[in-house]
Design a protein around this ligand. Structure first.
Ligand code: ADP
Ligand code: SF4
Ligand code: MG
Length: 336
């Protein structure tokens, strides 16, 4: 019998019930049938426009948001109580998750403190060890969050995540709030920790160069669905799905170019009332008959899966490569 993957996400849907405001009563369909798995020591990158459901998916994996349908299994076990301790999450902004009133040793050992049964000295020793393993100095554990730079605070958050010796970290835009000069240091730290500890990562990011550097596989999300999934370099260098092509042809990073994509291909449809048929139909330059049917994520070639009948059917060669957008279509400074 083959071992189950470390993490398997099967047909997961997440809806937010909204009871107040303009749209009161209409659910937000944030994640709409996502499946993928992550092996021990592997990194999957989750990319896509702002609002496509990446963070919601990350929180669902951790059990911080409940799923409306589908299942999330750790080593084959669903709803494992220990999911909370075998997985941890790192957010974009460590500031918000570090209580300014607590010293670093106490912050780092928070998960152990909650678990209980540790003497103060034990916690301080453990915190010191963890601090050193993320590139901080032993004396840092007596200080408070405000005494640190953004990069150091992210190191503190990583040390805290490691306190329970998790098998998997969800990294939600882990370097987006940091100075460019510091981003590479945090990325290198994450790669080093992964090699030492055989960690698996779910890396949520809009930064294609980061994902290219770190991820083994990539899943591209659109309106709460995965539209393309496969080996990172295959997907990023030779995208097949019309959406991935538009995204990657536009500019190297996803955050800025949204305006240009929206201008060329229409606004992101509402996730209050999902479109019928292919979710990308309203914006797709190749929409044709057959696209009014819901599309499944199916193998296109080898290890790649794509949610588009033109790509996965016999007609692939019928799709022309999108011409590179002219520079004038891009917002000022995009790609810098
Ligand atoms: N707590 C919430 N309540 C209602 N809607 C939410 C909530 N959190 C996120 N959403 C909505 O769910 C969708 C997906 O959001 P999110 O997962 O944050 O996307 P991403 O991380 O890709 O930017 C968006 O439409 C967002 O507005
Ligand atoms: S199924 Fe049709 S609308 Fe959807 S991505 Fe493919 S060609 Fe475009
Ligand atoms: Mg997000």
């Amino acid at each position: 019998m083959t071992e189950p993957p470390l993490l398997s996400v099967e047909d997961v849907e997440v809806r937010y019930r909204v009871t107040s405001g303009w749209f009161g009563g209409a659910d937000v369909h944030a994640v709409n049938g996502v499946s993928f798995s992550v092996a021990e020591g592997e990194t999957i990158g989750i990319v896509g426009e702002s609002g496509c459901g990446k963070s919601t998916l990350g929180q669902a994996i951790l059990g911080l948001t409940s799923v409306s349908a589908g299942s999330i299994k750790l080593r084959g076990t669903e709803r494992d109580h220990s999911r909370r301790t075998h997985m941890q999450i790192i957010f974009q902004d460590p500031q918000s998750s570090l209580d300014p009133r607590l010293p670093v040793w106490r912050l780092i050992t928070e998960p152990l403190h909650i678990r209980g049964g540790y003497a103060r000295k034990e916690l301080i020793d453990r915190a010191t060890e963890l601090a050193v393993s993320v590139g901080l100095r032993p004396e840092h554990v007596d200080r408070y969050p405000h005494e640190f730079s953004g990069g150091q605070r992210q190191r503190i958050a990583i040390a805290r995540a490691l306190a329970v010796e998790p098998a998997l970290l969800v990294l939600d835009e882990p370097t987006s709030a940091l100075d460019v000069s510091v981003q590479a240091q945090i990325v290198n730290l994450l790669l080093g920790l992964q090699a030492e500890r055989k960690l698996s990562y779910v890396l949520i990011s809009h930064d294609v160069s980061l994902v290219r550097h770190v991820a083994d596989r990539v899943a591209v999300m659109y309106l709460g669905q995965i539209v393309e999934e496969g080996p990172a370099l295959d997907v990023l260098d030779a995208p097949k799905h019309p959406y991935t092509r538009t995204l990657l042809d536009a500019v190297p990073s996803f955050e800025r170019p949204l305006a240009s994509i929206a201008a060329r291909a229409g606004e992101l449809p509402s996730n209050r009332t999902l479109p019928t048929g292919c979710f990308y139909r309203e914006r797709c330059p190749w929409a044709t008959t057959g696209c009014e049917l819901p599309q499944l994520l199916v193998p296109a070639d080898g290890l790649r899966a794509v949610r588009c009948h033109l790509v996965t059917g016999v007609n692939e060669t019928a799709i022309p490569r999108l011409a590179s957008p002219s520079a004038s279509l891009l917002p000022n400074g995009a790609g810098t």
